[in-house]
Design a protein around this ligand. Sequence first.
Ligand SMILES: NC(=O)c1ccc[n+]([C@@H]2O[C@H](COP(=O)([O-])OP(=O)(O)OC[C@H]3O[C@@H](n4cnc5c(N)ncnc54)[C@H](O)[C@@H]3O)[C@@H](O)[C@H]2O)c1
Length: 382
Amino acid sequence: MTVREVNVAIIGAGLMGREVAAAIQRWPALVDHPVRPRLTAVCDIDVRAMDWFDRIESVTTKTTDYADLLADPAVDVVYVAVRHDLHERIYTDVIRAGKGLLAEKPFGIDVVAAEAIVDAMDEHPESFVRCSSEMPFFPGAQMAIDYVRSGALGRIVEARSSFLHSSDVDVRKPIGWKRQRAYCGEAGVMNDLGMHAWHVPLRLGWEPRSVYGVLQDIVSTRPDAHGAPAVCDTWDNAVLHCTAVHDGVEFPLTTETKRIAPGEKNTWVFEAIGLDGGVRFSSKNPKQVEIFATVDVPGTGVEQVWQRIDSGSQSVWPTVTGANFEFGFSDSILQMWAVYLAERDGALQMRFGAATPGEAVLTHRIFRAAIDSHEAGRAVDV
Ligand SMILES: NC(=O)c1ccc[n+]([C@@H]2O[C@H](COP(=O)([O-])OP(=O)(O)OC[C@H]3O[C@@H](n4cnc5c(N)ncnc54)[C@H](O)[C@@H]3O)[C@@H](O)[C@H]2O)c1
C-alpha cells in the first residue's frame, strides 16, 4: 500500500493547537491508513505559545504571521484553532491559498461568517474543508449512531443530545475571550459547544423544523486580568426544544449546551428512545452504552430492561489498541484526523466522517433561531 505524506500546519498554538499536535504524534496507532501526516509548521501571534512545539522534531517553521504558512508550497493542510471572531478571515485565507482546512467550530462567529467561508470554498474546490467535532468518535457514540440507523428504535418517542461543562460554576474564573460576545459571538455557549450537541442529530437527518430556545446568562460579570469586574455578556446555558423528523414521524429533540452544569466535565450525552428500543451513551462513563430491550427474565417473565455494554477501544478507523482497552478524548481527536485525511484522500468509504461545512452552517441557523425564539418567547422555524 502506498502511503501519501501530508504536511500539516497549525494556526493557533493554544489549548486545541497543542492537543491536535500531540494527537498526530500517535498516528502509527492507526492500522492501514492511506495518509501519513507530518506536523511541520506552527503559527501564533504569541511567540511563547509556540515554545511547547520545540518538543516535536518535525516542526521546522514557527511564525507569528500565518501568511508565511499559506505562502509555503510544502504545507498541504492547515488546522486553525483561534478565537471565533478570527475564523472567517483566517479560514477564507487558508481556502484561497488552496490548502486543506480542518477548521475549529463554530466555523465562523455567526451564520453570515459561515456562509462567507462556504462561498470561498465554492471558489476553491481544491481546498478540502471539514469542521472539528471529535466526541462522536467515542466507540460508544458510534454504537449509538449505528443502533439508531439500524431501525431498532421502532417508532421514535424522543431524543436528547447534550454537551455539559462545569468550568464556569466558579464565578471567580477570569473573563477570557470565550465569555465575551465580541470574540465568542452572540450565540455564546451555543457557538462554543453547539457543534458537539448537533453533529450527530444532523448526521442522522434530524434537522429541526422549529426551535424553542431557553437561554440563560447566569454570570454577568467576571474578573478581568487585574481582578476588576468585566462584563460577561455571553449566554452560559442554552436548552433548545426542537421538532425533528425520524422515519417520517415528528418527535421532540432536545439539545443542551451548558457551561454551568455542576459536576460535569466535558460530558457528551446522546439518548434516543423509541417504542421498540432505546440507546444511551454518555462520555461520563466512556465505555458504557445502554440499550433498552424487553427481555424474558427467567423466573419472572417479560420485563423492560436497560442493558449495559462495554464498548471497548475500536472506533471508526481501526487501531493497534487492544479491542478491550479504554478510549479517551485524545483518541477521539486522532480518529477525527484519521477520517478527515482519509476523506480528503478519497478513502473514507462508508465510514462516519468529520462534520461538514454544510452541517456547520446549519448549526448557525439553529443558533440564530434559538436566539430569536428566546427573545420572542415562542418557537421559531429554522
Ligand atoms: N473541538 C474541541 O473540543 C474544542 C475545545 C476547545 C476549543 N475549541 C475551539 O478551538 C478554537 C480555539 O480555542 P482554544 O481553546 O484553543 O483557544 P486558546 O485561546 O487556548 O488558543 C487560541 C490561540 O490563538 C492564538 N491567536 C490569536 N490570534 C491569532 C492569529 N491572528 N494568528 C495566530 N494565532 C493567533 C492565541 O495567541 C492563542 O494562543 C475555538 O474555535 C474553540 O471554539 C474546540
